[in-house]
Write a protein that binds this ligand. Structure first.
Ligand code: FMN
Length: 315
């Protein structure tokens, strides 16, 4: 048996029983084409996407840059993906029983006024194929997307998805891991660049729209405290920064959300986790689960098992 399957690592979060708390962050397997292969590495869950309703190519290359001096990555992929229907088809053919999150977004050429329809299409397409949903309004690489984090547009999108959730849950009888409810847990993924006032709004919205939780955080547009030369950063240009330089801020956001909300919703902590210590820091700040992406790139696939082994030692 893998260390990642040890019963002591199990935890039930938003009604789903996770075999261990270490997941793969969105953006790595955007099209759900590697789920069976990635399952062998011991992840407790995998978040696929971000998917959009229609396939789109994303930004011109180069669009991903390593910052080795900082153990970071800057990316401006721009939601390159094959579309939500293609992802759903792939997931229906997967062999492993990996827990799957569906991270959904809008097409680049969909104006923000119509974004709500894009989210609904993705939600309907993926409903039977995923275990939980994440609404992504926090990527810095789709122009205007983060404006959807504002109170009014965000409430509209989330309320609509909850209505569709209830509608689809009524007719869904099979394919659910949840014993008592058949609606899908719905989470919101937020940027680390929000102010405390904006985070207060997020807390209010999450509670008002009865979301199950928050994924904190996406990549940052900040470039402060980096070892990488400014000239190199200018050459790279725009994009979201991930990895070690993001760790402190993402933990701060988790701690703030958890304490200010009194733990009213679950938090998936993500941002700069490169070790077991980083994981424990996020869990202590109030996260129930964590995700890794950049740490997985720098540390290699053994990181998942190393983290879980250390978590077991702390039991
Ligand atoms: C190349 C790359 C692509 C990403 N694509 C997405 C995406 O499509 N959707 C999303 O919600 N987050 C995406 N992310 C953000 C990650 O899921 C994660 O929130 C962020 O990188 C912070 O975690 P990390 O420091 O462990 O990488 C991407 C990150 C990287 C590095």
């Amino acid at each position: 048996m893998h260390v990642t399957e040890d019963a002591r690592l199990k935890r039930t979060v938003f009604g789903i029983e996770f075999p261990n708390p270490v997941g793969l962050g969105a953006g790595f397997d955007k099209n759900a084409v590697l789920v069976d292969e990635l399952s062998c590495l011991g992840f407790g869950f995998i978040e696929i996407g971000t998917v959009t309703p229609r396939p789109q190519p994303g930004n011109p290359k180069p669009r991903m840059f390593r910052l080795p001096a900082d153990q970071g990555i800057i990316n401006r992929m721009g939601f390159n993906n094959y579309g939500s229907k293609a992802a759903a088809e792939k997931l229906c053919r997967k062999k492993s029983n990996m827990i799957i999150g569906g991270n959904i977004g809008k097409n680049k050429d969909t104006p923000n006024e119509c974004a709500i329809d894009d989210y609904e299409i993705c939600f309907r397409d993926l409903f039977d194929a995923v275990d939980y949903f994440v609404v992504n309004v926090s990527s810095p690489n789709t122009p205007g997307l983060r404006e959807l984090q504002e109170k009014e547009p965000l409430k509209k999108i989330l309320n609509r998805l909850q209505e569709v959730n209830a509608e689809l849950a009524q007719r869904s009888t099979v394919n659910s891991r949840q014993s008592t409810v058949t609606r899908k847990p719905l989470l919101l993924k937020i940027a680390p660049d929000l102010t405390n006032d904006q985070l207060n709004d997020i807390i209010e919205i999450v509670i008002d729209t009865k979301l199950d939780g928050v994924v904190a955080t996406n990549t940052t547009i900040s470039r402060s405290n980096l070892r990488t030369q400014n000239s190199q950063l200018e050459t790279i240009g725009n994009g979201g920064l991930s990895g070690k330089p993001l760790s402190k801020r993402s933990t701060e956001v988790i701690r703030y959300l958890h304490s200010k909300s009194g733990g009213k919703f679950s938090i998936i902590g993500v941002g700069g986790i490169h070790s077991a210590e980083d994981t424990i820091e996020k869990l202590n700040a109030g996260a129930s689960l964590v995700q890794i992406y950049t740490g997985f790139v720098y540390e290699g696939p053994g990181l998942v098992k190393r983290i879980n082994r250390e978590l077991l030692k702390k039991q």
